[in-house]
Design a protein. Sequence first.
Length: 284
Amino acid sequence: MIIEYKTIDLFGEMLFEKVILAPPFKKLNPMPNEACFLYIKAGEYNSISEKEQVKVKAEESLLMKCGNYLSQMYAANSLNRYEAVAVHFYPGILKKIYENKIPKFLKEHSENSNDSRMGKINNDVLIQKYFETILLYFENPSLVNEELLILKLKEIILLLKQTENAPVIKVILSNLFNTATYAFREIIDAHVFSTLSITEFAQLANMSTSTFKRVFKKNYNETPARYIRLKRLDKAANLIKISSESITEIAYQCGFNDSSQFSKLFKETYGFSPSQYKLNHIHK
């Protein structure tokens, strides 16, 4: 449930965004024409792109270039609260504030730039102090004017350039608005062992659920539910034979949220409960 949501605009676009909510909360987060830098003040955030998944805790931050994302927000403790602040980057606004003289590091496309869309920054004092001032503007909107917003936008770009994770961040900054296209199978392979639902897979592939199922059947000659379930069970069976981790931990690693449901499906497929299956292989 969203408790508070506020934005601050610059030149008709959302520049800063603040949200407080009661987790858990999930949403599709498409950014086809913008990039975003997110700071987590309370709770935890899980960002999922077509090929990556990055978890961010309180006082950490995440730079995301343009693309298609799923956002998952969670509580980190008994305080059932998630709070985050974001700054958004748009190519048109950057050209305007730099008067078409965009800094070199923002447009030097790196040849070594892998297809990573996200860069995480651990606890950084300067980043933390920056967002404290942004929160102050949300509480005192009368302080805000166009000139100040332009300065704050330029400031965060310079801060990102010199962060501890600067090499990775610089690569992403230089490719902020370069979109990547992923093959259907790449998206499936990247997340087949995550806890994503069929609907969430479809969202990452930018398809309706019905279209996703149809394309999946064409690619794999199998329904997505059955294919993904069997892949996860196969991995779980291999881990049960060799791992010292608990059945619950293995189930979660393989994409099952419910250990009892996992045990039921496992027994239906292999004829033994996970525990019995493990015992059978200990004696071999």
